[in-house]
Design a protein around this ligand. Sequence first.
Ligand code: VGL
Ligand code: ZN
Length: 209
Amino acid sequence: MRALLLVDIQNDFLPGGALPVPQGDEVVPVALRLLSCFEVKVASQDWHPADHISFAANHPGKQVGEVIQTPYGPQVLWPVHCVQNTPGAELAPPLAQRRRELNHVVHKGTDSRIDSYSAFFDNGRLRSTGLEDYLRRRGVEELFVMGLATDYCVRWSVQDALELGFRTWVITDGVRAVEPQKAPEVLQQLRQRGAQLITSQELLERKPG
Ligand code: VGL
Ligand code: ZN
């Protein structure tokens, strides 16, 4: 069984949002086109409490982009984003409208003390989101990943999916990076770790299965 994983396609990561990913809005139509091609469709939502450790605003004197040391390693400081139950944390409106087609949605980064880039585990790998269990229960062995952002949550999710033994694909036109100039290198690294790259067009032209 194959599944589509939509990573963090949320208002705050789109142009005009709190942590806009350049051209992040361009992944939305790709996601809409692919939804009907998969039997199993899952999504992640970055879902932080207001006092989250990753927000520069919660560290007096620190600026966005600075890195702090934490018990789970270095942490980049971000603008306040994807606060639970705020409009910025909602899925992009066209996806929110099709929310009922998503079989499972996981929330991540919900613990104020630890960030979670991956849709599977927090950054210290202390707790899982339950995504792996859900996929195993559905008999999923092959995972097609797209969303935001290539250099953070997509990257960490793909790395974990590979380590967990899923046959993992990255949909190259369905991802955008916080730092676009780094995207080719990130995709290359993921390929070296065993991920396969595919365009949404190639995926649509394959036989359903
Ligand atoms: C993300 C930075 C902070 C992402 C989430 O979804 O890639 N990036 N929180
Ligand atoms: Zn976040």
